[in-house]
Design a protein around this ligand. Structure first.
Ligand code: FAD
Length: 418
């Protein structure tokens, strides 16, 4: 039988493990999104004696915030990109560009880029993956081709530039957009994107139609604008679920229709990123079927399998029998990273930090002409008996004054700006 020790020795990795273990206590963070970057930045501030190593397979962070407006050129907004190497220098953590292929929790090492790196605490913020198998697409080559030609750009911010170019090239025909079944990343984002694209088709006089396939109940703030005001630009298929896709015929099938498209933003069902499946950190559901999302504490984000491992951000799984999941937003991921930094700093330094819970504010553009924003505030409270309560407040703002840009800037100040 090949043990993990044999595997590491065979791969020439054990010397790295030993050398690394001689170093000061180390936190390894996998994933440089909102969650991982917040954890890295706050750990350095709260526990300067710890070594903090951020690993991401990409060279740079790309934010999704404000991207829907940017895609169609509404207002003078930019999307943020930052090289990890520069952020690491700015905040004093280390960065390694590599793909983490395996986690050996017994030996407390991650294997990335052919090297093993030891950790004392491990923070996993690897984001999401798309479940193309749910659409009967199983081979990697077809998935890669579909993503290249028709990605909805919801997994990696680096895909946004390609989508913007495809939209600019779209001159006529049917533009398909699929919305994933809940839970998925940034719940209002597809509705905001649909509204902005409809506005763009109308104002640019493009003789195309946006066809939206939505398996969820439509978000109330967008109901009349998507179904009535833009009825010449949008065909909205609600409670419709994609069953299959035929890439050659550019056709998706629901239970009822086959829908042909000329261009598409395909967003299949979402799940926690691959790494959490490889590391067996996915929450099993009652019937024994995998839930698709991670298992972690609702308030401390620790893995029940290992108290030195934290799972944060969009990959996080069920937290409540009442409301299910935390909203998969950048601000929630950031707040989880901040919370985990405090918990690790407390263990490492002995300084007590009161616990913090997630919170999220979304400023969604719900109408362009006339301009209107919808503010969605989500907050949490732990009752005395440990029960987690969620409060969601939605406010329509018919007179916005750049609150979305101000919100993004306030967030970026915390983990990106000097
Ligand atoms: C269109 C759109 C608009 C949005 N707008 C907003 C908004 O206005 N406000 C807001 O709060 N949220 C918004 N969001 C949601 C927000 O982007 C996500 O909630 C956030 O990115 C989640 O952060 P994360 O750290 O969990 O994951 P991610 O940001 O996805 O980061 C995961 C990182 O892990 C890396 N990774 C994964 N696996 C590995 C591996 N094995 N090895 C090495 N690296 C790995 C990836 O390369 C990636 O960089 C929006 C999302 C979309 C799609």
């Amino acid at each position: 039988m090949i043990t993990r020790r044999h595997f590491l020795a065979g791969a020439g990795l054990l010397p790295f493990v030993r050398l690394a273990r001689a170093a000061p206590q180390r936190v390894v963070i996998v994933g440089g999104g909102w969650g991982g970057l917040a954890a890295a930045r706050h750990l350095r501030a709260l526990a300067p004696g710890l070594e903090v190593v951020l690993i991401d397979r990409q060279p740079a962070f790309h934010s999704f915030a404000l991207s829907n407006r940017w895609l169609v050129g509404h207002g003078d907004v930019a999307i943020e990109s930052h090289d990890y190497a520069a952020l690491a220098r700015r905040f004093g953590y280390q960065f390694r560009q590599a793909s983490v292929a395996a986690i050996d929790r017994e030996r407390r090492v991650v294997v990335a880029g052919g090297q093993a790196l030891a950790y004392d605490w491990l923070v996993l913020s690897p984001g999401i993956r798309e479940n193309w198998a749910a659409w009967q697409v199983d081979d990697a080559a077809t998935v890669a081709e579909l993503r290249r030609r028709h990605s909805g750009a919801m997994v990696a911010g680096a895909d946004l530039a390609g989508l913007k170019q495809r939209l600019a090239n779209f001159k006529r025909g049917d533009l398909l957009m699929t919305i994933p079944p809940a839970p998925y990343r940034c719940p209002p984002a597809p509705y905001e994107r649909a509204m902005l694209i409809a506005w763009w088709l109308k104002t640019q006089k493009i003789s195309g139609k946006l066809v939206v396939i939505d398996p969820n109940p439509i978000m109330p703030a967008f109901r009349s604008i998507l179904l009535d005001r833009f009825k010449d630009q949008i065909t909205y298929l609600d409670h419709a679920k994609v069953r299959q896709i035929d890439p050659a015929r550019r056709t998706v099938s629901t239970e009822i229709d086959d829908i042909r498209f000329d261009e598409a933003m395909l967003c299949p069902p979402q799940q926690a990123a691959d790494l959490l499946w490889q590391a067996k950190l996915i929450r099993p559901e009652e019937g024994g079927q995998p839930s698709g999302w991670a298992a972690q504490g609702a308030a401390d984000f620790r893995s029940p399998a290992d108290p030195r491992v934290f799972i944060i951000g969009d990959a996080a799984g069920l937290v409540s029998p009442l409301f299910g999941y935390y909203p998969k937003t950048g601000q929630v991921a950031h707040r989880m990273g901040f919370s985990v930094a405090r918990q690790i700093a407390e263990q490492a330094t002995g300084t007590a930090y009161p616990p913090v819970l997630p919170e999220s504010v979304c400023h969604v553009t719900s109408s362009v002409d006339p301009l209107e924003n919808t503010r969605i505030e989500t907050s949490y409270r732990l009752r005395g008996d440990g029960f987690l309560l969620q409060t969601v407040k939605q406010t329509r703002d018919p007179n916005p004054a750049g609150e979305d840009v101000a919100w993004a800037e306030a967030m970026y100040k915390d983990f990106l700006r000097p």
